[in-house]
Every structure is written in structure tokens, then in C-alpha cells.
Write a protein that binds this ligand. Structure first.
Ligand code: FAD
Length: 321
């Protein structure tokens, strides 16, 4: 049976919806099913306009959580909604709050969760795709139990594209009494300082690896990224070495990026790194070893020393003005 109703947990962030939420709304509408969004934080009219633009016809609004962690109240609100009419599937972004909601919802509904999902297909019911073994294999799974299936999908698995739809209809979906479970509140939020675009959203990403030789040389990566109006990324090797913070890490245990241009500098191309950037539109690799695996997926490979190539690139970009 084809999917007829899909709900998407649309996470609010600074007055808008997170990019992963918009990706899931976009993909949900490709099934031709009725798409509804579930959100919170007391900004329903603006979020309904955005959710509608990306394909939702209804926006279930849990309301202002007054600083509470979303997991318990949002799971409670969705469980109450399901009791009066369940969708075929509930799509949830992979994020700290998304995972919290998914786990709690699974326990409340007694329904299974499929996580780490990067593909969703309708084959008479939802079929999910999951990369395993560092992205070298793709596993397919499907729910055999009664719905709704709960799917936690990874960022950048789908493209976010506006459908230009009208604002979604707002329906209040209060959390009800969550008891002690809803008692956790956010005391302080740390917003990481950054200049330039977010790593996950930048059109250009310049990443450095162990081939840079030492921590100070990461400045070459930052300068190149800045000149290209992009973001600076890193391999896990130099995150583990303490050269750059974890927030820069690209790969299986870091961020997934899909920029227009990805420049890998002194990165060998381990599968765990490549799984986080191989979806980039154009891949440029700079490595002194012509046999480095990264060249197998590079559109443009430069066999050379990063300490020579990057300063030359920086000088060329500067001279361009
Ligand atoms: C469970 C698990 C999860 C992991 N998750 C991640 C992840 O999310 N992201 C990630 O990146 N890794 C991850 N890893 C680690 C991964 O396996 C690699 O160890 C790591 O990506 C290697 O980083 P690197 O390419 O910077 O270093 P190396 O593999 O040491 O490669 C350095 C490269 O630099 C080149 N080089 C050296 N000097 C120069 C020079 N002067 N000029 C140009 N090139 C030069 C070398 O030829 C080499 O190819 C994970 C591993 C495991 C087991």
C-alpha cells in the first residue's frame, strides 16, 4: 500500500526550521502523501509559512516549551496525536533533540525506530537505507510491525527545495502532563563562535588532514576557506590530535557535508572520511601521494605538497581581489 500520511518532526532553531527538517519535508512530499509537520517554541505562524512552503499542509504546534528540553513534551504530544489518527511514518532529524524524541516516542507507542537513515523509498510501505561499515555497504530495511514507523534520518541525505506551497494550517498539539520526565530544562546554551558560513551549509568546504604536518598550518585551510567564502573542515586525525575542535570534523563520526566544492588538503581518503563528503558536487584533492584513495573520488586531483599548493592558491585568490 502506498504511503498516505507522513509526519515530519520539524525542529525550530532561531526562529526558523533546521536545514535537516527542510530536507525531510522536501523528501516527504515526493511520496505524494499528505505531509504534516510537528514543531514547538511558540513561533507557529512563521514556522507554518516555512513548513507550508516545503510541502506540509498541517503544522502541529506543541507550543512554547518555556525552556524545557523538547524530548519529553514533544514525544508526549506526538503520542497523543497518534492516538487519534496515526500516519504511516514519522520522520525525525538526526540531532540530539531528534534522537531524544525518537527514543521516547518509541517507548510511548511501543513501535520500533530505524536510525542512521540516508535513503527512504516507497515500495508499498517505507523502505529505509542505512550505510554500514564506514559507508562501504548500503543496507535496506523495512518495518514489519504495525505503524507508524519511526525513522531518524541523517542530515544532507536529501536536498531541501521549496515547493512554494501556502502556509500550513496550524493545529494546537499540547504536550499534556509529562510529569517528572518533562522536568529537564535548558539552563544555558553555548553558541559556538564562527565567522563565515556553517560547515554543513557552506557552498565551499576546505578541509585539512594530517598531511598539514602541524597544528599551526591549519591557518592555511582557514585562510583558503575565507577567501572562497566557505567553511573550514577537518579529518578526524587532526581533531583527535587536538589541532581543531570536533565541530570541524567531517565524516562518519563527524558532519556530513554536500557543498558545491570540497577541497581535501593532506587527507588520505579513509572510508570514514569519504562517507561524510563524497556527496559533494565537485571534489578537489591535494595530496603528495599519487596513490592516495581520495584521488579515486576526486574530480580534480593535484599531486603536490599542501605547503606549496595552498600558499600559491591563496596568492592567486588574493590577486584576483
Ligand atoms: C569508527 C571510526 C570512525 C571514524 N570517523 C572518522 C570521521 O568521521 N572522519 C574522519 O576524517 N576520519 C574518521 N575516522 C578515521 C579514519 O579512519 C582516518 O584515520 C582519518 O580520516 C585519517 O585522517 P587523515 O586523512 O587526515 O590522515 P592520514 O590517513 O594520515 O593521511 C594523511 C595524508 O596526507 C598526505 N600528506 C602528507 N604530507 C603531505 C603534504 N605535505 N602535502 C600533501 N599531502 C600530504 C599523505 O599522503 C596522506 O594521504 C574514523 C575511524 C574509525 C575507526
Amino acid at each position: 500500500m502506498a504511503l498516505s500520511s507522513i509526519w515530519v518532526v520539524a525542529e525550530p532553531s532561531n526562529g526558523t526550521l533546521t536545514s535537516t527538517s527542510l530536507e525531510l519535508l522536501t523528501h516527504a512530499r515526493t511520496f505524494g502523501a499528505t505531509v504534516s509537520a510537528v514543531t514547538w517554541d511558540g513561533n507557529a505562524p512563521a514556522l507554518a509559512a516555512l513548513a507550508g512552503e516545503y510541502g506540509a499542509t498541517t503544522l502541529y504546534d506543541v507550543g512554547d516549551l518555556n525552556g524545557a528540553l523538547p524530548g519529553a513534551p514533544v514525544a508526549s504530544a506526538i503520542a497523543a496525536l497518534v492516538a487519534s489518527g496515526a500516519p504511516d511514518v514519522i520522520l525525525i532529524p538526526t540531532s540530539y533533540d531528534g534522537r531524544d524524541i525518537a527514543g521516547r516516542l518509541s517507548a510511548r507507542l511501543d513501535r520500533p525506530v530505524l536510525t542512521n537513515v540516508t535513503g527512504l523509498i516507497d515500495e508499498g510501505g517505507v523502505v529505509t537505507e542505512h550505510p554500514v561499515f564506514g559507508g562501504t555497504l548500503l543496507v535496506r530495511a523495512r518495518f514489519t510491525a504495525e505503524g507508524p514507523g519511526i525513522v531518524v534520518a541523517r542530515a544532507k541525505s536529501f536536498a531541501a527545495e521549496s515547493a512554494g506551497g501556502p502556509s500550513a494550517t496550524v493545529v494546537s498539539a499540547p504536550a499534556g502532563d509529562t510529569g517528572a520526565r518533562g522536568g529537564a530544562t535548558i539552563v544555558v546554551s553555548h553558541v559556538e563562535e564562527r565567522t563565515g558560513p556553517k560547515l554543513e551549509e557552506a557552498a565551499v568546504v576546505v578541509s585539512g588532514g594530517r598531511g598539514l604536518g602541524e597544528a599551526d598550518k591549519y591557518a592555511l585551510i582557514e585562510e583558503t576557506a575565507k577567501l572562497l567564502h566557505g567553511a573550514a573542515g577537518a579529518s578526524r586525525a587532526i581533531v583527535d590530535a587536538g589541532w581543531v575542535p570536533y565541530s570541524h570534523q567531517v565524516g562518519q563520526t563527524g558532519k556530513t557535508v554536500k557543498p558545491t566544492v570540497y577541497i581535501a588538503c593532506g587527507i588520505s581518503g579513509a572510508t570514514q572520511h569519504m562517507v561524510g563528503m563524497k556527496g559533494s558536487k565537485n571534489i578537489v584533492a591535494i595530496n603528495k601521494d599519487a596513490d592516495a584513495p581520495i584521488f579515486q573520488i576526486a574530480d580534480l586531483g593535484i599531486v603536490g605538497d599542501v605547503h606549496k599548493v595552498l600558499p600559491a592558491l591563496i596568492a592567486a585568490l588574493k590577486s584576483r581581489g
